[in-house]
Design a protein around this ligand. Structure first.
Ligand SMILES: [Fe+2]
Ligand SMILES: [Fe+2]
Length: 372
């Protein structure tokens, strides 16, 4: 991000927020409001002279221009509030923004329009992080996997089934697929995340792996993580249960509670998965770490047991939260899917003990935005 763009950008945000507030007092066509909109356009145009496109991303209460945080002053705070109220996580301005486009943005922000009514234009693009839930098994419901291409479904199934058959994982295509999810999460204007419910056992592997991958990406993105680390955290989510392919199918698909002996076999999957990933060229080391640690729990009350002083990766703790959430949300054969509020209560309950306190808080914030 070119630093010379920052100052005019700050002015643009200030003028835009003032124009929106003034429109509430006067009318949208009032000369005072038009003047402020003109000033916002001039400042934005000046910023876009230094940088051909500028992305403003909301993370918590902060507004980042590229990787540069704008001051959390009154105007920036108000702007963040307005955008968030409309479910907008980021906005990208491209060189060439017109007075009409900026007026439409100001009108949308002033008019309390719903997020569906705010549309991207040629030079102003909005990005949202939204989650769409489907309830399993309801008559006449659209296919929850419809948002994924047949190729993606086939690829994830193939990854897991390939391991089940040959005990070998092939890394080809995994990074590209996660990259595709990241782009979809960033750029798609329509609801982005189809968290797929479990409908039958054959779909479980696909649905759960993709859900954990996407929930990991949502958590990491909301914390401002991007680039190769974001991709690795997504890959780790996608592959975290790869060790289950070493567990006999009768145990994996048993509709009743497992016996102690069966649990002992089941509890080997983190270790077996991590070993498989370490042996696979092209898989990030972090994915093996996360696979090994994803049932460990924040207070180490889970498994496998590790020596005192062990430090879990934050990516593993993120994955535990995604995994916990999706396991409850997804209908298994022996327990119905739970309502989001009930799951939120259970997350809150475990916060600071089994689940990382700050990451859980952040996840609950993501969840509350989904439920709003
Ligand atoms: Fe697992
Ligand atoms: Fe899992």
């Amino acid at each position: 991000m070119n630093r010379t763009a920052i100052e005019p950008l700050r002015h643009a945000v200030r003028h835009l927020v003032t124009a929106v507030s003034s429109a509430a007092l006067y009318s949208f066509d009032h000369p005072q409001v038009s003047r402020l909109r003109g000033a916002a356009l001039d400042s934005l145009t000046a910023a876009l002279e230094a940088e051909p496109d500028i992305s403003l991303v909301i993370i918590g209460d902060e507004l980042l221009a590229g990787d540069f945080p704008l001051d959390t002053g009154l105007y920036v705070g108000r702007f963040v509030e307005m955008m968030r109220a409309r479910g907008i996580g980021h906005v990208k301005f491209l060189r060439g923004v017109t007075a009409g486009e900026l007026a439409a943005l100001a009108a949308a922000l002033a008019g309390g329009r719903t997020e569906e009514e705010i549309r991207s234009t040629v030079h102003i693009r909005f990005g949202r992080v939204e989650v769409r839930f489907s309830l399993a098994g309801k008559e006449g419901e659209e296919d929850p996997l419809a948002d994924f291409t047949a190729e993606e479904v086939a690829r994830v199934t193939e990854i897991y089934e390939g391991v089940a058959r040959n005990r070998k994982l092939h890394a080809a295509g995994i990074a590209d697929m996660v990259g595709g999810f990241i782009i979809a999460l960033r750029d798609q204007a329509r609801p982005l995340m189809a968290l797929a419910p479990l409908r039958d056992m054959d779909e479980y592997t696909f649905a759960h792996s993709v859900n954990v991958c996407i929930l990991n990406l949502a958590q990491a993105m909301s914390l401002g993580i991007n680039g190769p680390l974001l991709q690795e955290i997504g890959i780790a989510g996608l592959l975290h249960d790869i060790g289950k392919m070493f567990v006999p199918r009768e145990i994996l698909t048993k509709p009743a509670q497992l016996t102690d002996a069966e649990w002992r076999i089941m509890r080997r999957h983190p270790h077996q998965g991590a070993r498989c990933l370490i042996e696979t060229p092209g898989i990030p080391h972090l994915a093996a770490v996360v696979t090994f640690e994803h049932h460990m729990k924040h207070d180490f009350s889970g498994y496998p047991a590790v020596p005192p002083g062990w430090r879990q990766s934050l990516a593993s703790e993120m994955t535990s939260i995604s995994d916990f959430f999706d396991a409850l949300r997804t209908r298994r054969s022996y327990c119905d899917s739970m309502e989001l509020r009930q799951i939120a209560g259970m997350l809150l309950d475990r916060r600071g003990r089994e689940l990382h306190p700050l990451l859980t808080r952040n996840f609950l914030l993501i969840l509350s935005r989904m439920m709003a």
